[in-house]
Write a protein that binds this ligand. Structure first.
Ligand SMILES: O=C(O)CCC(=O)C(=O)O
Length: 241
């Protein structure tokens, strides 16, 4: 299935995509992970964290629970959402509200944090694919994103806001921003490379599954602990190779 929305705009929002049964199959596992993460990471949480990661590497989840997550991650239904060829599974993240309800969100591109020069970032975004599949377990105020910036570099205003220049801050409004509010059962596919920010509220809890091109420059960021110990029995098992 080639959907073409991500390819053109950098994101694709599908309403009523997951059935309640599909969500109920993963939700208890995610809640178990989240509660144990909160127990162990109070200081990080108090200091402003808005997400955890690496659910499939967690020592708190059983092999069977991880198997359920892996089956979800490599299912035809989920993989068919990805518009580029030969996707690989990179990681999972779980997004929640900051403890301090006055904490500001921030426009960014994930690629700004990977340690390559801005000149290289400008080139890389023209072709590279790293996508989040956001799966809200409850109403999520949404991701605000700037369409087409998965392939286009910033305007002057966008650049100044994202980089806190000329008295701008990364939480300032950007007029091109499009807020995609999400309901439980929705899915949002969006490029990690595009300019985006989360919005906080409603005690959100959203699972992001991240997939990328089959490219060693990206896969070097993959922690093998997040992969299944055997590929036997998984559909689309290539995504784990
Ligand atoms: O939901 C959020 O708070 C931020 C999401 C985000 O920036 C991301 O998934 O890369």
């Amino acid at each position: 299935m080639k959907l073409a929305q991500y390819t053109k705009y950098g994101f694709h929002h599908l309403k009523n995509f997951f059935s309640e049964n599909e969500l109920l199959s993963i939700e208890p596992i995610i809640l178990k992970f989240h509660n144990s993460w909160l127990d162990k990471n109070q200081e990080t949480y108090i200091n402003g964290a808005i997400n955890s990661h690496s659910l499939t590497a967690s020592g708190k989840l059983t092999k069977q629970e991880k198997g359920i997550l892996f089956n979800f991650i490599c299912s035809d239904k989920v993989i068919n959402l990805i518009e580029f060829d030969a996707p690989r599974f990179l990681n999972t993240q779980l997004f929640f509200d900051p403890k301090n309800s006055n904490q500001n969100n921030y426009w960014h591109r994930d690629i700004q944090y990977v340690g390559i020069s801005e000149e290289a970032q400008k080139e890389v975004i023209k072709t590279q694919n790293v996508v989040h599949l956001r799966i809200p377990l409850k109403k999520d105020p949404g991701i605000e994103l700037i369409p087409k910036t998965h392939r286009q570099w910033d305007s002057v205003a966008q650049y100044e806001v994202r980089n806190s220049l000329n008295n701008k801050t990364p939480s300032d409004a950007l007029k091109e921003g499009q807020l995609i509010a999400l309901e439980r059962s929705d899915v949002l596919v969006f490029s990690a490379n595009m300019i985006h920010r989360g919005t906080y509220g409603n005690n959100r809890l959203s699972l992001d599954i991240i997939y990328c091109d089959n490219d060693p420059k990206l896969l070097k960021f993959r922690d093998k602990a997040n992969l299944p110990s055997t590929l036997d029995g998984f559909k689309n098992a290539k995504i784990f190779t």
